[in-house]
Write a protein that binds this ligand. Structure first.
Ligand code: G3P
Length: 220
C-alpha cells in the first residue's frame, strides 16, 4: 500500500519525506489556502521534495479552463498529477488529459457509480472521501470495499483507489484490509500511526534496564 501525505505544508512534507515512508503528496485548494504561497511555485517545491506523484488541483469548474489549468500544472514537473473534481466537466478534462499522457486524480468521489465513471475516463487515481462520508452517517469504508471489488472485475481498469479524507489510523488499517492501492494521510494521522502506549512503556523499561548493565554497544 502506498502512503501519500495530504498537505501543502512544505516543512511537514520535507520532515515526513525524510522518514522514507512517503510515496507521494496530495494537495487541494483548502490545504493551499492554509499553507499560503504562490500555487505554481509551491507545487514545484513539493515536487522537488518528493519524487513520487504530487496531486495539484485545478481551480476552474468548466471544461475549457480546467483543461488549460491542467496542462499548465502538468508542465511544472514530471511527477505532477492533475486533480479534477468528479463532475461531467471534470471527467471530460480527465479523459482529455489522460489521452494526452497526463496522470489525473479524480477527487470528491462519494459513490461507486462516480468511481466507475472516473475509471472509464482514464483516471490514474480515484479519491473517495471516507471521513466526509462517515461524518454524514454513511460508511466510507463500505464505499472503498465496493470500488475495490468493482475495479477487480475488470483487468483493463488501471485506476488506483486512493483513500482520501482519512481521519484516524483505523481508516488506514481498514483500507489496507480491503486492498486499497493508496491512502493519503494528514501528517497528524501518519504520526499517530507510530504510537502505542505499550511501545512507550516497553521502551522505557528496556532503556532503564540497559543503563543498569553499564554497557555501551559502540564500545564493543
Ligand atoms: O485531499 C482530499 C481529502 O483528503 C480531504 O480530507 O479531511 O478535508 O475531508 P478532509
Amino acid at each position: 500500500m502506498k502512503f501519500f501525505i495530504d498537505t501543502a505544508d512544505l516543512a511537514e512534507i520535507r520532515d515526513l519525506a525524510a522518514t522514507g515512508l512517503v510515496d507521494g503528496v496530495t494537495t487541494n485548494p483548502s490545504l493551499v489556502l492554509k499553507s499560503g504561497g504562490k500555487f505554481v511555485d509551491l507545487v514545484a517545491e513539493i515536487c522537488r521534495a518528493v519524487p513520487g506523484p504530487v496531486s495539484a488541483e485545478v481551480a476552474a469548474t468548466d471544461f475549457a479552463t480546467m483543461l488549460k489549468e491542467g496542462q499548465r500544472l502538468a508542465k511544472i514537473a514530471p511527477n505532477v498529477v492533475v486533480k479534477v473534481p468528479l463532475t461531467q466537466d471534470g471527467l471530460k478534462t480527465c479523459k482529455a488529459l489522460s489521452d494526452a499522457g497526463t496522470k489525473v486524480n479524480v477527487t470528491l468521489c462519494f459513490s461507486a457509480a462516480q468511481a466507475i465513471l472516473a475509471a472509464k475516463a482514464g483516471a490514474a487515481y480515484i479519491s473517495p472521501f471516507v471521513g466526509r462520508l462517515d461524518d454524514v452517517g454513511s460508511s466510507g469504508m463500505d464505499l472503498i470495499a465496493d470500488i475495490v471489488d468493482i475495479y477487480s472485475n475488470y483487468p483493463a481498469i488501471h485506476t488506483e483507489v486512493l483513500v482520501a479524507s482519512i481521519r484516524n489510523p483505523m481508516h488506514v488499517v481498514e483500507a489496507a484490509k480491503l486492498g486499497a492501492d493508496v491512502v493519503t494521510l494528514p501528517p497528524s494521522v501518519l504520526k499517530q500511526m507510530y504510537s502505542h502506549p505499550l511501545t512507550d512503556k516497553g521502551l522505557a523499561a528496556f532503556v532503564s534496564d540497559w543503563a543498569k548493565t553499564g554497557q555501551t554497544i559502540l564500545d564493543q
